[in-house]
Design a protein around this ligand. Structure first.
Ligand code: HAM
Length: 403
């Protein structure tokens, strides 16, 4: 027997229904917020992710599905969706248009991580990217949209927010942080020591308990923001307060990707084990420019569909459609024309084996059909069908033409 690769999963039966329910809910809400669908390739040039997600990030340095294709190109299975959407935005010259653009997407992402509960090597994200809107109102609106998605899916969460500043305030902060880290160097873990050189901000995200303890005393960017970043962050918290969306300010929240500035956020759940982040995102005002597009402010998020599948409360399925069956073999083929007609508007299940009345009723219940339609000897002779509404229990025989 051939199994899926480690960290990859088939989605079947109950799981595929959960998956579809989550995606449909997300799409409906994203459309209400003015987002349109975008689809980008799974395979991209490796350079794209190196330049956007960042060379020093774990994703790029350790987790990429990277290989040389038959043409000798260095390619990579996308580890996330934002980079591809930004590339597509620039490729289509949308950065030259004055209008604001909003895109949603969903699909598989690949990260060669150590698999565990809630952490897969192939997982699926639903994400949104909004281009051309620089005000913090858009950050607020995106957070509102995600909380609405979780509300409609019946999922509880905690929201953590932070500001990562901008080119004005981040460099000075980085210098202060590095001086602080240099002093503690000997007591910080090996990874942190490496990060001091490559990307000191990432040290704040270290999960090592000892490092976390030492970092309690570290300078906080939130206290060193420039006026503009500080105003925006205060405005964001005020808008969230007004909307009664609760949040926690996490000064160590830096996110695992390098492209963020200003607002960064994560939605976490306490009910799915250690891999608790169910959605994450933030502002990335410099990325379009960095990938050779015209300077365009942007903000977005992605949620992890598999993690949410663990939490979602599925709505009770309403009875739907028609179950058709015959009680004598000669009547079976009469059902096909009726089924085709009804399938123009309705879900129809046809049972190909002639059976007794009780068996058909069982089949109709299993199919969760709203109506059962049967043809027996009498019906066939008289050009009738027998119809029962399984919700109201009303039943009658009607002429096939009328049906
Ligand atoms: P991210 O935080 O790396 O952000 O991923 C978003 C979500 O994907 C996470 O919160 C988590 O639910 C899910 N996820 C990540 N890795 C795995 C995994 N190995 N197994 C299962 N689920 C996983 C991004 O990817 C950014 N592109 C989000 C964004 C969009 N920022 C701006 N726009």
């Amino acid at each position: 027997m051939i199994n899926p690769l480690r960290g990859m999963k088939d989605l079947t039966f109950d799981e595929s229904q959960r998956f579809a329910h989550i995606v449909t809910t997300c799409i409906n809400i994203a459309k209400r917020y003015g987002y349109g669908y975008i689809e980008t390739p799974i395979l991209e040039e490796t350079t794209l992710f190196k330049r956007s997600v960042g060379n020093s990030s774990d994703i790029v340095s350790k987790e990429m599905y990277q290989f040389e294709d038959k043409g000798g190109n260095d390619v990579c299975m996308r580890p996330e969706g934002t980079a591809g959407v930004v590339r597509a935005f620039i490729s289509a010259k949308l950065d030259r248009q004055p209008v604001k653009q909003k895109f949603y997407y969903y699909g598989p992402m690949f990260r060669y991580e150590r698999p565990q509960k809630g952490r897969l090597r192939e997982f699926h994200q639903f994400g949104c990217e909004s281009f051309g809107e620089a005000t913090v109102y858009e950050d607020f609106t995106i957070i509102t949209m995600i909380s609405q998605i979780f509300k409609e899916l019946g999922i509880g969460y905690e929201l953590q927010i932070n500001s990562l500043g901008c080119n004005n305030c981040m460099p000075t902060y980085k210098e202060n942080l590095v001086s602080f880290l240099e002093e503690k160097k000997e007591n910080l873990c090996k990874d942190c020591n490496r990060r001091i050189e490559t990307n000191p901000i990432r040290v704040l995200d270290c999960k090592n308990k000892n490092c976390q303890l030492l970092l309690k005393e570290s300078p906080k960017l939130i206290n060193n923001l420039c006026q503009n970043c500080d105003d925006d962050f205060k405005k964001l918290t005020q808008l969230l307060d007004n909307a009664k969306i609760s949040y926690e300010i996490d000064t160590n929240l830096v996110r695992g990707l390098d492209y963020y500035n200003k607002t960064a956020f994560e939605f976490v759940s306490n009910n799915i084990g250690s891999q608790s982040a169910i959605a994450g995102g933030g502002r990335y005002d410099k990325l379009v420019e960095f990938l050779d597009g015209k300077p365009t402010p942007a903000v977005g998020f992605a949620l992890g569909i598999e993690r949410i599948m663990e939490l979602v409360v599925m709505p009770e399925l309403e009875k739907d459609g028609i179950y058709m069956g015959a009680m004598i073999q000669e009547a079976v083929e009469t059902l096909f024309a009726l089924a085709s007609l009804k399938r123009e508007t309705t879900k129809v299940t046809v049972e190909y084996n002639s059976k007794g009345f009780k068996s058909h009723l069982k089949g109709a219940n299993k199919a969760n059909a709203k109506f059962v339609v049967l043809i027996g000897e009498d019906e066939l002779k008289n050009g009738l069908v027998w119809v029962k509404n399984l919700e109201t229990k009303e039943e009658k025989s009607i002429a096939i033409d009328e049906f």
